[in-house]
Design a protein around this ligand. Structure first.
Ligand code: SAM
Ligand code: DTB
Ligand code: SF4
Length: 360
C-alpha cells in the first residue's frame, strides 16, 4: 500500500481542520496509485462525514448571458456570443425565482444556488438579491449566490440578509488563469473571497478540470486553497462542459477531453487536503456513467447539483439521480440554514448586552 496515510504532514499552525500539505505533498498525492489514493480519501472522508450522506443543491440562473467578462469556457460571456448564440435574458422576476426554489425544495434539495452573469452586482441589483436571499431562506432552504466580484459592503449586505454560501471559483492555478480569462485577475478573485470570509458567509470556491491545464496547475489550485486562512466550506470540482463557440470548449472538442480519472484524482486530493469541506460534483455529470460517478463519491465527494439544468447547460436528469442514489445507498442531508447576522443589543433599562438574530 505505497504511501497510504503516510505522506500527510499536519501543520500544527493550521487554524482550522485543513491539513496544511506542502505543494510537494499535494503532488505526491496526485502521483499515488489510484486505488491507494481512493482508499486514503475515503478513509479521511469517513473520519469527517457520514459516508453515505450527500448534500444536494439546485442551481438557477437569475440573470443569463451577455457577461462583460471573457472567461474562455463560459457560454455566458458577451465576448463569445456571436459564436455561442446564447440567448441573453434580463433579471428573473422574484416570484419566478421563488417558484423554482419551492420546486427544488419539494424535490429534495437542501440548498438553492442563484447565479448571475455579472462582473459584479451593481448598486441597483443589491435590493433584488437581498430580497431573494430573504425569500428563499424563509422557505427553509440554505441559500447560495454567485454574482461575480463583491466589495466588502456588498458582502456585508448579503451576510445581513442571511446568505449561507457565496460561490466564487478560482477555477485553476494562478499561472493558467491568465490563459483562461483576461478581464480580471486572480488577485481580484482572492480579494472577493477574503471579503466573503470576513463577512461571515460560508465560502464556496472550486475549479474546472479539463480546460487544457496541466497536472501542475491542478496541484497549484489545491495549494491555493490551503494558502487561504481557512479552506472553503464548499468546494465544487467542475468537469469542463465543452461548449461550442467558446475558445476553450472549441479547443477541447477538437483535441479531445481529459480522462475522467484525472477529475476523480482531483476530487480525492481535494478531500484529503480539505477533510471537513463539502466537495461537490458540479458541471460535467451529464456525460458520466454510474460507475464514474460512484468512483467520484468513493473519492470523497459528498455533494452534487440536482435538477435537469445547471445554468445554461443540461445536468444529469433528476430521475436518473434518484435511481443512482438508491442504487448507491446514498441519502440526502437536511438543510441547516445559518441565522441572519447576529448583532449585539443593549437593554436600555438593565444595560445588559445580548446577541439577537436579525429578523429576516
Ligand atoms: N459570473 C459568476 C462568476 O464567474 O463567478 C458566477 C457564474 S459562473 C457561470 C460560475 C462558475 O461556473 C464558474 O466560475 C465556472 O467554474 C463554472 N462554469 C462555467 N462554465 C462552465 C463550463 N462550461 N464547464 C464547467 N464549469 C463551468
Ligand atoms: C460551480 O462551481 N458550478 C456551477 C455553480 N458553481 C454556479 C455552475 C456550472 C455551470 C456549468 C455551465 C452552464 O450550465 O452554463
Ligand atoms: Fe461571466 Fe461568470 Fe461566465 Fe465568467 S464564468 S463569463 S464571470 S458568467
Amino acid at each position: 500500500m505505497a504511501g497510504l496515510l503516510s505522506i500527510q504532514e499536519p501543520n500544527p499552525q493550521a487554524n482550522d481542520n485543513t491539513v496544511k500539505h506542502s505543494r510537494e505533498h499535494i503532488a505526491q498525492l496526485f502521483d499515488l496509485p489510484l486505488m491507494d489514493l481512493l482508499l486514503q480519501a475515503q478513509t479521511i472522508h469517513r473520519q469527517n462525514f457520514d459516508a453515505n450522506e450527500v448534500q444536494i443543491s439546485t442551481l438557477l440562473s437569475i440573470k443569463t448571458g451577455n457577461c462583460p467578462e471573457d472567461c474562455g469556457y463560459c457560454s455566458q460571456s458577451g465576448h463569445h456570443r456571436d459564436k455561442t448564440k446564447l440567448q441573453a435574458e434580463k433579471r428573473l422576476e422574484v416570484d419566478k425565482v421563488i417558484a423554482a426554489a419551492k420546486r427544488a425544495k419539494a424535490s429534495g434539495s437542501s440548498r438553492f444556488c442563484m447565479g448571475a452573469a455579472w462582473k459584479h452586482p451593481s448598486a441597483k441589483d443589491m435590493p433584488y438579491v437581498v430580497e431573494l436571499v430573504k425569500e428563499v431562506k424563509s422557505l427553509g432552504l440554505e441559500t447560495c449566490m454567485t454574482l461575480g466580484m463583491l466589495n466588502p459592503e456588498q458582502a456585508a449586505q448579503l451576510a445581513d440578509a442571511g446568505l449561507d454560501y457565496y460561490n466564487h471559483n478560482l477555477d485553476t492555478s494562478r499561472r493558467y488563469y491568465e490563459e483562461v480569462v483576461s478581464t480580471r485577475s486572480y488577485d481580484e478573485r482572492l480579494d472577493t473571497l477574503a471579503h466573503v470570509r470576513d463577512s461571515g458567509i460560508n465560502v464556496c470556491s472550486g475549479n474546472i478540470v479539463g480546460m487544457g491545464e496541466s497536472r501542475e496547475d491542478r496541484i497549484d489550485w489545491v495549494h491555493e486553497l490551503l494558502k487561504m486562512p481557512k479552506a472553503p466550506e464548499s468546494i465544487p470540482v467542475n468537469l469542463l462542459v465543452p461548449i461550442a463557440g467558446t475558445p476553450i470548449g472549441d479547443k477541447v472538442l477538437a483535441e479531445g477531453e481529459l480522462s475522467v480519472l484525472e477529475w476523480i484524482r482531483t476530487i480525492a486530493v481535494t478531500r484529503i487536503c480539505c477533510p471537513s469541506s463539502y466537495v461537490r460534483l458540479s458541471a460535467g455529470r451529464e456525460s458520466l456513467s454510474d460507475a464514474e460517478q460512484a468512483l467520484a463519491f468513493m473519492a470523497g465527494a459528498n455533494s452534487f447539483f440536482y435538477g435537469d439544468k445547471l445554468l445554461t447547460t443540461g445536468n444529469a436528469s433528476q430521475s436518473n439521480d434518484n435511481r443512482l442514489m438508491r442504487e448507491l445507498g446514498l441519502t440526502a442531508q437536511f438543510a441547516a440554514p445559518r441565522a441572519a447576522k447576529q448583532v449585539p443589543v443593549m437593554d436600555a433599562m438593565s444595560g445588559h448586552q445580548s446577541q439577537v438574530v436579525l429578523a429576516e
